[in-house]
Design a protein around this ligand. Structure first.
Ligand code: GLA
Length: 743
């Protein structure tokens, strides 16, 4: 997969799908020649840049692309690495020294990353660059995966000199592209409306998304795509860049005056400064680059496969995830052991498999003003402890799960009283309030040790099979009592390293527990978290209509197995909307399914419906959690009134199609929905869910060829009288089963 051409001084990373080419320029700096569809092996491509690039000239007078640009060199575009040396300058001459090519993929110390399970699955190139005057050594790592159009990049910086240096920018990847004819696609939003797809044309200058909040954030996901303006889900070129990191990030594109573009992604340089003592090394997070010439759908496929199978780890990576019920919206802080057990009992009768006790079980927490940090049970609510309630729920035949928010502390808590300096913030300045809680200084090993001890005690005290790890507040007044003045710029990164350390230790100590990450919903839905927790709470917004765009956007980068999605009560608690129960389920089915309500309040009719939903989901769980997700019709297209998507089993013998209409429209035309990803030579039995004797069912239920379903499609038309009865927020599922497959 990786070829080194000594004469051309060129590295060619190649598989059946893509080529990534790097050459060593005459001045010793490595430059990226190409990232795109696979090119022939055994050829020299070192002629590519002078013809394609008209960037700034460098010392040898040649306009060149650079893999690790540094400032002050004649390349006036954005740097990827800025190192302040003892004399105050940041000028470096990084020159190629040597390289190694190894099978597989070495881990990155202290940081989550994708991995290979065998040496044959991937190959890794490490380029060693050195600056002779300062002694700085920079190692660029590139992994190519055998079966995916993906390259993972990361950087290690070692101070081989005699004086300390300061890193103020250390990006994970910098990618030079020969033109700027791209749209920049980003996933942006806010609490309860995460991952909205936003697209803009690249223009001269810099354009970026990022976070300085201490978490990847609800506002921008650490994932961007450059797509050709004509690229669709099915066709065209796109380059995705995703950062395996949960803290402050920056993804930025610069278009230079000559119309080339440079993309960089990594830790946000804003608020970052890292002192590197002689002999010490700094590792950047990993950036995952995907190239597709087959549209956004194919780009997402690559991320889905990689993140589901080679980023997520542990017992739960490949296991079917349980259908859960969470009590948060059902009870909020107001519950007793009996009330929880009553909910669980109904849930058990409906087929639900896991009961999750959310916030409010510890300290004296009747609202969000107290007790974070006091991880011992509140005996007023749970007189028999966690163990008592967990055992009663286990006796019903359900698994038991628990909510925690380890990184936080309430000002009103025993922990804060004992250790006020463990909270981030300046003691002599007012602290910005946010959900009446403070953030623990996870950069301090004693804080991580303490949390490991108290949380291990809780998790070991009862039959707990699931943990929801929440994080509800961003970092303000960043300052650590444990760091010297000249190292405060390390706090944000050290914080995340501490979070990863705690996550790593807890998931190792409790390998059978299924961890779900959460940050007020999708406030830290990123690849860094997915390495520890294979699923995440996609959004606090459980409204079926809102979830269409949230789940659609999230699916650009993240697989179905990572997206948890629940049915909640109506009127919905985030938007007050009333949608049919069937529609809520039809949306939440696509992901890791569950409920977020008080099941005892369901009417008999609703209970029957829920039991049917749970049974439906269990029947198709493998397709809905691990199938290939295909986006058909989008909430961000046209007036956004219709959404359609589908999940297809890897052998293409089964599929579930979801079709959703926000507002009803009178006198509909003979609409058709063309499917994708089926086997054209197979015959599928088509059934509709929920089962109803209506025009949609009559037109589609029966046997159809995969060829017909993809070329002509399902029939969505209705007669006027039927359409008049539909009402708003309708959803319909179609199940496709070939041969003996279950329908
Ligand atoms: C966050 C989570 C919710 C719930 C509450 C509890 O907002 O996203 O799901 O757990 O905290 O306080």
């Amino acid at each position: 997969m990786i070829e080194w051409d000594e004469a051309a001084r060129q590295f060619h990373l190649r598989n059946d799908r893509v080529s990534y080419l790097v050459r060593v320029h005459d001045n010793g700096a490595p430059g990226g020649l190409y990232f795109g569809p696979a090119l022939a092996a055994g050829q020299s491509y070192r002629h590519l840049p002078p013809r394609d690039f008209r960037g700034f000239s460098n010392r040898v007078g040649e306009p060149i692309p650079l893999e690790m640009p540094t400032p002050g060199s004649g390349d006036f575009r954005m740097p990827a690495l800025v190192v302040e040396q003892a004399d105050g300058s940041s000028v470096l001459e990084l020159e190629y020294r040597e390289h190694t090519i190894v099978g597989g993929k070495p881990a990155i110390p202290g940081l989550p990353a994708t991995y290979a399970e065998s040496d044959g699955e991937a190959q890794t190139l490490e380029l060693l660059l050195a600056d002779e005057r300062s002694g700085l050594e920079v190692r660029l790592a590139y992994t190519i995966f055998r079966d995916l159009p993906a390259i993972a990049r990361s950087v290690r910086i070692q101070n081989g000199g005699r004086a300390a240096v300061r890193l103020t920018t250390a990006m994970s990847a910098s990618l030079d592209l020969p033109d700027a004819d791209w749209d920049l696609l980003q996933l942006s939003g806010a609490w309860a409306r995460e991952c909205q797809v936003r697209t803009r044309r690249l223009v001269a200058g810099r354009q970026s998304v990022g976070s300085v909040r201490g978490a990847s954030s609800h506002h921008h996901n650490p994932f961007v795509v450059l797509r050709r303006p004509a690229t669709t889900e099915e066709h065209g070129e796109a380059i995705g860049v995703s950062l395996v990191y949960s803290g402050n990030f920056l993804a930025e594109v610069e278009v230079d005056p000559f119309g080339t573009s440079r993309l960089r992604i990594g830790i946000n340089p804003e608020g970052f400064a890292w002192t590197l003592e002689p002999g010490n090394e700094f590792a950047t997070p990993e950036a995952v680059l995907v190239h597709s010439d087959r549209g956004l759908g194919d780009l997402s496929d690559a991320y889905h496969q990689l993140y589901r199978d080679r980023l997520a780890r542990g017992t739960w990576r490949d296991r079917p995830r349980p259908v859960l019920i969470n009590n948060w919206e059902g009870t909020y802080f107001d519950f007793t052991e009996d009330r929880l057990v009553a909910i669980a009992e109904v849930a058990r009768d409906l087929g639900i498999e896991l009961f999750v006790l959310d916030d409010g079980w510890f300290g004296a927490r009747d609202d969000d003003t107290t007790s974070l940090g006091d991880w011992f049970v509140d005996r007023r609510k749970l007189p028999n402890g966690i163990d008592g309630v967990a055992r009663r729920i286990a006796a019903l035949g359900l698994q038991f799960g628990l909510w925690i928010e380890p990184e936080m502390v309430s000002a009103k808590s025993r922990l804060f009283e004992a250790h006020p300096d463990w909270a981030i913030g300046l003691p002599d300045r007012p602290r910005t309030e946010s959900r009446q809680q403070l953030v623990l200084d996870m950069s301090r090993p004693e804080v991580v040790d303490h949390l490991f001890d108290v949380l291990s005690a809780v998790l070991g005290s009862a039959p707990i099979s699931y943990v929801k790890w929440d994080m509800n507040r961003n970092i303000t007044e960043p300052w650590s009592a444990a760091l010297p003045a000249d190292r405060q710029g390390e706090l944000f990164h050290r914080y995340i390293l501490g979070v990863y350390e705690l996550y790593g230790r807890l998931t190792e100590a409790f390998p059978d527990i299924l961890f779900e990450s959460c940050a007020g919903g999708g406030g830290r839905f990123d690849p860094g978290m997915l390495a520890f927790a294979p699923q995440a709470w996609t959004s606090d917004n459980t409204d079926a209509v809102e979830r269409l765009s949230i789940q659609w956007g999230t699916s650009l980068a993240y697989p179905l197995s990572s997206m948890s999605a629940h049915v909640s009560a109506v009127p919905n608690h985030q938007v007050g909307r009333i949608t049919p129960l069937a529609s809520r389920a039809a949306v939440a089915f696509f992901g890791v399914f569950g409920y977020e309500l008080d099941a005892t309040l369901l009417s008999t009719e609703e209970r029957n419906e829920v039991a049917d939903q749970v049974a439906f989901y269990k029947r198709h769980r493998d397709v809905l959690q691990r199938g290939r997700f295909v986006r058909l019709r989008g909430p961000f297209d046209g007036d956004g009134n219709e959404t359609a998507w589908m999940a297809v089993s890897p052998d293409k013998r089964r599929a579930v199609v979801g079709w959703y209409q926000v507002l009803n429209r009178p006198a509909p035309g003979p609409g058709r929905l063309r499917l994708r990803g089926l086997d054209p030579s197979l015959r599928y039995r088509v059934s509709a869910w929920p089962e109803r004797d209506d025009g949609l069912a009559r037109a589609n239920v029966g046997e159809r060829g995969g060829d017909e379903l993809m070329a002509a499609g399902l029939f969505l038309g209705m007669d006027r009288a039927e359409a008049a009865r539909q009402g708003d927020f309708q959803a319909r599922l179609f199940v496709l089963a070939a041969g003996g497959a279950e329908s």
